[in-house]
Design a protein around this ligand. Sequence first.
Ligand code: F6R
Length: 613
Amino acid sequence: MCGIVGYIGKNPALPILFSGLERLEYRGYDSFGFCVLDDGKIDFLCKEKGKISDQCHIKNSESSGSIGIAHTRWATTGIVTKENAHPHFDCNQEFFVVHNGIIENYKEIKEKLLNEGHKFSSETDTEVLAHLIEKYFDGVLEDAVKKALKEVRGTYGLAVVSPKDPNKIVVARMSSPLLIGINGDEFIIASDPSAIITRTRQIIHLDDNEVAVLTPDNFIISKQEKENDCWKIADKKIETIEWNIEEAEKGGYKHFMLKEIMQEPATIEDAIRGRLYLEKGNAKLGGLEIVEDRLRNIDNIALIGCGTAYYAAKVAEYMIEEYAGISAEPDIGSEFRYRKSSFNKNTAGIFVSQSGETADTLAALREMKEKGLLTIGVTNVVGSNQARETDAGVYTRSGPEIAVASTKAFIGQLTTFALIAVYLGRQRDMALVMGNRIIEEISRLPELAREILDTKEEIKTIANKYINYRDFWFIGRKYNYPIALEGALKLKEVSYVHAEGTAGGELKHGPLALIDENCPTIAICSSDSVYEKMISNIEEVKARNGKVIAIATKGNEDIKKIVDDVIYIPKTLEMLTPILSVIPLHLFAYYFADALGRDIDKPKNLAKSVTVE
Ligand code: F6R
């Protein structure tokens, strides 16, 4: 989500760090910071709010130090402030850390460290690392880093420098990418190859549980062995990056949209990290703690969003009504104001938005606030207007979404809503076994999502087969009705081909008039409580010579007899199927649009964030 760059060599570090960060800005851009060492002293230290590209003067600052680390931030824990920008440091400003990832147990560690007398200057999870390193430092920086890492749970790609052990950078990785670029007598570390590609194409990827110590002349990578806790020198291969800059930013994918679809399993992982209470059959949602008691009395929820976010709200309607027993009503941000809604003091509004800046959603939020009702945000961008103005909320942690068409952010919203449904359900009548069952199944979702992505070439073949059609219908029922809407929106948005989504049951109330051999239907018919009814809808389409592509559950061979093409998704709980069934629809839209040569990441007439009503 955020970006890391580090430099150690013979040249001034600052300009190299600066241009590395500029190229990482697409990953996160709310604040940034640098720490450069020279001759055993801090030569340049700066943390700022805003975009690095607006601060070109920094590049020309007086700094000749040749060892440094830098970071561009996309806030997750702690709002956007100068203090929350990286590098983070200990009490005496002697240990500097830049970090990507999440330290899940930071609250416990922070409490312990506060009791031991440490003084904190930010709200971030990262800062505990700096204080732990301070606590364990005994002359050798890497030893202190290793000891600190033993105490933390979570994910990290991190880099540390210190004037107390000045001629080195220590880096470590756990589930958050980090690589070392090798360029003769200099080394550059980065979270992403795009940061270093103009300086070198020779790289080594760090793996999980590895720590590297880089000095001006050498580097050593060691790996912690699980069995005996010992560190052994790791034998690593140097790879050559073949990508150009643009390809590197896209992770080697042709478009950001494809990259972001491929990140969908990781998006689920990020949304649930540290939030699954397996033994309590519950979701741990820190952002709702302050309104926990008010939420207990809520008997009616308005769910507001626009576009894709509204479809997430519609899935949430089914989840919350079925599992929490609370009446829930989704609405489009722009329509909300025209309704004379009969809210009472036990009504809460949940506002869904990737950007947190969508004008219509914000207008609805402000209207609800004026009525004195409880407002909750399901937001991706930390510190956005929505995040700041709601009473409480849950961040979806999907990371920056660059493509205009929302894909991974939608997955993050659905996953977050599954957690909220369990949380509200467990506040009410949901049994422990039911909570356990859902939470366990949520923990399997990343693996199930990966299974779908593994079939992307088959989905591409199917998309290419239908490339000459100009009208599509999408149908689904219950949890997958909003997914039919999302599938149609995504297809029209990126391919400019006409597509509509309806509830399966609505077909015969009008749309059937348009179904013929020229209008294929994509039917989401997973093996669940509405399967038989979806089969009836498919038969209605087939009786009008319509072609059908089915999204079906793995193992269902019978469906092949009645439809033209099948895309399989793994079996999961019915309430969680939308999180899986939408993945092939995102891929279908992408490959379809790509075959037509569309400007996929920036579809015509559309903007990423709609800040006007
Ligand atoms: C569709 C899409 C839009 C957004 C909508 C709301 O792919 O991206 O429909 O979902 O504009 O945006 P946010 O979530 O930022 O409020």
